[in-house]
Design a protein around this ligand. Sequence first.
Ligand code: TXA
Ligand code: MG
Length: 308
Amino acid sequence: MTVVLSSSQVAEAARILASGGTVAFGTETVYGLGADASSPTASSKIFAAKGRPVGHPLIVHLASVAAFDEWVANDVDDRARVLAQAFWPGPLTLVVPHNGRVADEVVGGRATVGLRVPDHQLALDLLAAFGGGVAAPSANRFGHVSPTTAQHVLDDLDGRIDAVLDGGPCSVGVESTIVELAGGLPTLLRAGGLDVSEIEAVLGEPLIDGTSGRSRAAGMMESHYSPAARVVVVERPRPEESDAVIAPFEVAHQPSISLPKDAAGYARGLYGALRSMDSVGVKRILVVPPSNGPLLAAVLDRLAKAAA
Ligand code: TXA
Ligand code: MG
């Protein structure tokens, strides 16, 4: 039921989107589950396939920075355009006032839309061939770990979506950083694949932290990105026999997965590691976080949510 399309089948993937279907596709962050962002019926299929509560807003993916103006309100904050120019294509989502082109279902009736241009050639080819905006949340069952390979997508959604365009393993491995520019001060809604320090350097001002406390962005609930096994974040793993371990160093215990020491390398492997521990059916996963590097904030955030 779900067809797997290779890189030579972008035209077929675009045709499915144009006819109102659902296509999962690889980006640099995680795989997205895409549908026509201007179509209420097409975008509704995303919620059904994922089991995602209606009202949680989806990110709209665009083929180029030039398409930004086709989706935003006239009075959009100039700083959003500056960030788009600086970081797109790349792992940054900008939440800005929209002009009504996006389907209400995609934004959950909000006046703002999340926009991003992914830094992945096959995704850009698909977006260009389709020509419009593609609404795409991560291509996993609601609340589960985001997929970073086409096989992960099939593991969650086979038979529930029309196609997956295989773009290979994701190079970043955690979702995009989300910044809101909607009348107030520039606000960080989610740490992610683009380090906050880079954004602040371009803006010349600090971001307001909108990630903690009563979450303002839907989909920012505490428990999210969760494997079936219980996740416990530890500094020094003391595993019992039935536990699994994921750490930025070698561990003698089995099963264990050793990830790179730096947060960026660790991020690339984290979701695959959580998924493979689930597939061997462990009850508890002891996870040792990385200690430094860009993307540390994103990794610590995802581990906290997996453990919640
Ligand atoms: O890297 C990514 O961002 C991936 C790839 C596929 O692009 N997408 C992704 O989508 O992570 P998703 O649905 O799992 O997370 C999107 C989040 C929503 O949960 C919400 O928190 C925020 O983006 N968001 C989107 N539009 C918004 C809006 N208008 N206002 C506030 N938050 C918004
Ligand atoms: Mg998600």
